[in-house]
Design a protein around this ligand. Sequence first.
Ligand SMILES: [Zn+2]
Length: 360
Amino acid sequence: MTKKLLTVLSVLLLSAHLHAQPKLSENIVVITMDGLRWQEVFGGADSLLSFDTAAAYSTGYIGEKFWAPGADARREKLMPFFWSTLRKQGVLLGNRNYGNNFNNANPYWFSYPGYNEIFTGYPDTAVNSNDKIPNKNETVFEFLNKLPEYKGKTVVFGSWDVYASIFNEGRSGLLVNDGFRDLGGKLNEKQVWLNRLQYEMPAIFHGGERLDVATFQIGFEYMKVNKPKLIYFGLGDCDEFAHAGVYDAYLDAAQNFDDWIRQLWEYIQSTPAYRDKTTILITTDHGRGLAEGGNWKHHGQRIPEASEMWMAAIGPSVKPVGEAKTKQQAYQGQIAATIAALLGKQFTPAHKPLPVLKLD
Ligand SMILES: [Zn+2]
């Protein structure tokens, strides 16, 4: 055997060894923004929508705050944390300009089927409405919450009042704080104030959905006080503002989302209970249509592009590949098994979930 071949073999063995022992996480944070398009994540403010002279929103505001010539500069303006820290230390999937595709596997392309797919790992065609039907399928959070290390340390905070059904609160016993709902238990002064504040904000979505700032702050304060091991933030402002056709507010919501993830990451990396052992997974429940013909406002089966999505991750279990540019097809349904795998567990629900996504 030549010396060169030996060197090649030892390098191969070393990399095989490293891959055999991916660094596990002890905590997982999942954060989703309902209906935030991959087009904005990877390209910033859309050029057609930013200069639409017939728009019912302020293109002047968009021009000042979000516009720059060139998609790279625009995405950095819109989501500065994604395109600095997360790009350097994490991974971003779903830039279709490189053939890196991330999609819904379910055929519906709206919210409950999407969240069901993310958290149960199975694109169940029986989950086909947004009605408040307690989910028959087990989520990976429900599964993990049965294990001693996660029992009572698995929590869900959501803006939309359907999360209690998606996570089957009654059966799973998870702490779910969604819609307009007080956080219970022993509370500090800030938590009492946040409980009240959610009702004093404008209820602009005219239903059971509060503004994301209430959801995020209630969840973030709970995280600081209680140190849960599995935490989900389900946010929704982007979807609501897109349906309402207000692109300026949609962009603002995307930027707030980016900054909340920065705050979460900085908190995680400065807190011993979380530092270097917590991975954040970030995604959406579905895509939306193109700017042309106003289809960006809509999603669902009628809109051909509405299954096009994205996903990002940062943490010790994630290889820092940055913006993924390899041809690949991945699905949101792979996230459930991946959450368990990152913790060194295997998720085996009644319906076999889609395979683990390789992030290490
Ligand atoms: Zn949705």
